[in-house]
Write a protein that binds this ligand. Structure first.
Ligand SMILES: O=C[C@H](O)[C@H](O)[C@H](O)COP(=O)(O)O
Length: 222
């Protein structure tokens, strides 16, 4: 296991300690969330933990089922007790970019439905200013229009070769340092045909940062 994987697993293992029987747990997508999924599967087998899970991607659903975690159909999701998910970057105000794995649309729905969201990352993810390319999900019909709108905003859109789980286009938009994430999110939310983006600005309540030997935990209002 790489150093990064050890760090991700430490963050995930600390976060799943917040899960208690009876919860409907939102499971994120990606390599860090995968450690939370396997850890919850282990707790179900070893401790008799009883939970139901809601997922954020087809890959997460498959992993959860393989780990023995009872799974709610996507379209039956209304409210979630606790969401555990990774991030690609997160700033000191708990504003994050997600969607490196293309799952940000479902992730935003699950995070918004959650009473509490925990973000789990390794030490490479915290940044002072969000700046990695921002993933967006776009209706194919709107491709040229949305690409033009992104360019007008100063972004450089690059279409991914594979579609989203919903069959839509995934486009990475490099804006450089994002100094006003709230303003950018409002603008993106208003573009017709743009179905979702990876800016998570208010959803995250707690952050677990793992490294090789320890986990730092922060609450939003620390
Ligand atoms: O679409 C993917 C998700 O937003 C992931 O949570 C994010 O990309 C972080 O993934 P990882 O834990 O693999 O770095």
């Amino acid at each position: 296991m790489t150093t990064g994987d050890i760090s991700k697993r430490k963050a995930a293992e600390a976060a799943i300690a917040e899960v208690t029987s009876g919860m409907l747990v939102g499971l994120g997508t990606g390599s860090t969330a995968a450690f939370a999924i396997s850890g919850l599967g282990r707790r179900i087998a070893e401790e008799g933990l009883t939970i139901t899970a809601a997922g954020t991607s087809l890959a997460t659903e498959a992993a959860a089922r393989a780990a023995g975690i009872p799974f709610l159909a996507f379209d039956d999701l209304a409210a979630v007790d606790l969401c555990i998910d990774g991030a690609d970057e997160i700033d000191p105000l708990f504003r994050a970019i997600k969607g490196g794995g293309g799952a940000m649309l479902r992730e935003k729905i699950v995070a918004s439905a959650a009473t509490r969201m925990i973000c789990i990352v390794d030490a490479s993810k915290p940044v002072e200013t969000l700046s990695r390319a921002l993933p967006i999900e776009v209706l194919s019909f709107a491709r040229a229009y949305v690409e033009g709108a992104i360019r007008c905003l100063g972004g450089d859109p690059v279409i991914r070769p594979a579609p989203s789980d919903q069959g839509n286009l995934l486009i990475d938009c490099a804006f450089g340092p994002i100094v006003d994430p709230e303003g950018l999110a409002r603008t993106l939310d208003a573009i017709p045909g743009l179905l979702g983006h990876g800016l998570f600005l208010s959803e995250i309540d707690a952050l677990y940062i793992g490294d090789e030997t320890s986990v730092a935990r922060r609450e939003r209002h620390d």
